[in-house]
Structures are given as C-alpha cells and as structure tokens.
Design a protein around this ligand. Structure first.
Ligand code: C2E
Ligand code: MG
Ligand code: MG
Length: 290
C-alpha cells in the first residue's frame, strides 16, 4: 500500500517488481523498491536500443554444435542470438533477453531468429552441406500465440525446408508459466513434425503427468547439474534420473554445458543421448559453423 498513491503509480511499480523477479530467474517474488525505478529507466533505454538493433540488423545468430555422445557425430545445432552493439561490442543474450521478454520485442526477436535460421539452412543446402536440424529458443509469448505452428509452417515452406530441420526449445519454467493454454499450439507443432525440447530441465517443477501429456521430443539437462558431475554425487544421481525419466517417456536426452572429457564419459555411461558444450564446440557465427 505504500508503493503508490494512485493506480498508475502502483501498477508501474508492481511492473518494476515483476521485472526484477523475472530477472532473478523466475519462480520467485520481488518487492518494489525505489531503486527499481532506475532499473526501469535503464530497461526502457535498452528496449529502445534493441528495437533499433532489430531494424539495423545488429543481431547475429551463432550456432553451437550438438553431438551424439556415443561417437561424437554432429547431429544438429542450437541457434543463439548475439547483439553486435556498435559501442559495447558483442552483447550476450543474458543482458537483453529479459528486457525483450517484458514486451512484444521478444516476439519480433523470435520471428527474426526463425527466419534467419531457415535462411541459413537454405544457404547451407545450396552449398551442398547436409541438412542438420537447428534448434531455436522461443519465449512464453510465442507459445501463447495460437498461430505459431502455422507461421512456422509458412516459413519452412518459403525456404522449401522439411519440418525436421527445425526444433523449438522452451524452458521448463516457461512451459509451466504458459501451461495448458498452449497444449493446442504444441499439438499443432507436433502434427507439423517440428521437434520440441524442454530446455534447462530440472530447474522447474514439472509434474510428471504433464510431461507425459505434452508432445515433447527431448529433455535438455540443465548445465547446473552437468557442471559438478565429477565432484557432486547428488548431481550425478540427478543427471542419471533425468536420463532414465526421459527415456522411460520415449524422449531424447541432451546434456547442456559439457566442458570436460570426464563429464562426457559420465553422461555417456548414464545413457545420455546427445550433448552440447564447450568441450565439443562453442557457439560460433554461421561461417565458422559451416
Ligand atoms: P540456453 O538456451 O540454455 O543456451 C545455452 C547457453 O549455455 C548459451 O548461452 C550457451 O552459449 C551456453 N553454453 C553452451 N555450452 C556451454 C559450456 O560448455 N559452458 C558454459 N559455461 N556455457 C555454455 P547464451 O548464448 O549466453 O544464451 C543464454 C540464454 O539466452 C539461452 O540459454 C537462452 O535461454 C537465451 N537465448 C539465446 N538466444 C535466444 C533467442 O534467440 N531467443 C530466445 N528467446 N532466447 C535466447
Ligand atoms: Mg536453449
Ligand atoms: Mg539451457
């Protein structure tokens, strides 16, 4: 009650607190504090700049290889956005995705990325490269859009790409946030033949019946479990459990953030199917990935 004397102020301050909670990794709560207004101002500046960046083609797609753990075969890639800022250099998504997510900008960014990935896949095809599936990260707002599957279908068709060349990633917390409203959208994507992976798996609170019901094709074990595989028996047990859970539901399991040979070995022993991480390859621009 002390955070605003009128509706407008209260709503604005609640919004600042909501944004702070999202920044702190969701599934949390935050209270308004006057300092947050400074943050709000900075956010507005950043939002404006990001809008410009989209128009001025300052966003770049980087590609990180995904490999089969058993033999290291390249099986696909994940597209990760970078912002080539004229003054600040290469800005990682951690510094602007949450700002984009607070507005419709995230939808534009996602559409840009889908188009960019399809365009790049078509270029690689004309260069005689094998067509490998590329995963695109999407946010809650995309999955709330009933026309998502239709727009993805049109984009694939425009570049004459098979649906198997795209995979979409939704974080576990986003899936919980959008929940049942998106079941139809997810089913439409499944009918289309586009894969759907749950990103950062293990950090949310998915119910098992949920996992069984939704048309998901893969689970990605969050990097926080992979990081200490060598030293932490709990993390080892959790990773093994996620692999077993995924397999028993007929899903592929991908480990994120594999950095060492020892981590690779443990995951392989646990039966994990695929992996990404600096050990295999960092995200790189399209030219380098080719
Ligand atoms: P994510 O989808 O979970 O992507 C994995 C992140 O881990 C990437 O960070 C990647 O560069 C990093 N990574 C991969 N292997 C390793 C490793 O071995 N060690 C370490 N320390 N890190 C590794 P990045 O590119 O900074 O992206 C961060 C997050 O931003 C992504 O997490 C994703 O949630 C989001 N993001 C990135 N691009 C997009 C996009 O186009 N759209 C949306 N909506 N979100 C995106
Ligand atoms: Mg991802
Ligand atoms: Mg992840």
């Amino acid at each position: 009650p002390a955070d605003g004397q009128d509706f407008g102020t209260l709503l604005k301050n609640a919004d600042a607190a909501l944004y702070r909670a999202k920044q702190e990794g969701r599934n949390t709560r935050a209270f308004y504090a006057p300092e947050l207004n400074v943050a709000t101002y900075e956010r507005l500046v950043l939002e404006g700049e990001l809008r410009q960046a989209l128009e001025n083609r300052q966003l770049v797609a980087y590609f990180q290889p995904k490999v089969r753990l058993g033999d290291g075969t390249l099986v696909g890639a994940e597209a990760l956005v970078r912002w080539r800022h004229p003054e600040r250099g290469l800005v990682p998504p951690g510094q602007f995705i949450s700002v984009a997510e607070a507005s419709d900008l995230i939808v534009e960014l996602g559409e840009w990325m889908l188009e960019e990935v399809c365009r790049q896949l078509a270029v690689w095809r004309t260069q005689g490269r094998p067509l490998l599936p590329v995963a695109v990260n999407l946010a809650a707002r995309h999955f709330r859009d009933a026309k998502l599957a239709e727009r993805v279908r049109e984009r694939l068709a425009a570049h004459e790409l098979p649906p198997q060349s795209l995979e979409l990633e939704i974080t576990e917390s986003t899936l919980l946030e959008v929940g049942a409203q998106t079941a139809d959208t997810l089913l439409a994507l499944q009918r289309l033949g586009v894969g759907l992976a749950i990103d950062d798996f293990g950090t949310g609170y998915s119910s098992l019946s949920y996992l069984k019901r939704l048309p998901v094709t893969a689970l990605k074990i969050d990097r926080s479990f992979v990081r200490d595989l060598e030293t932490d028996p709990d993390d080892r047990a959790l990773a093994a459990t996620i692999v077993a859970l995924g397999h028993s539901l007929g899903l592929q399991v991908v480990a994120e953030g594999v950095e060492t040979e020892e981590q690779r070995r443990i995951l392989l022993e646990q039966g994990c199917d695929f992996a990404q991480g600096y050990y295999f390859g960092r995200p790189v621009p399209a030219e380098a990935f080719r």
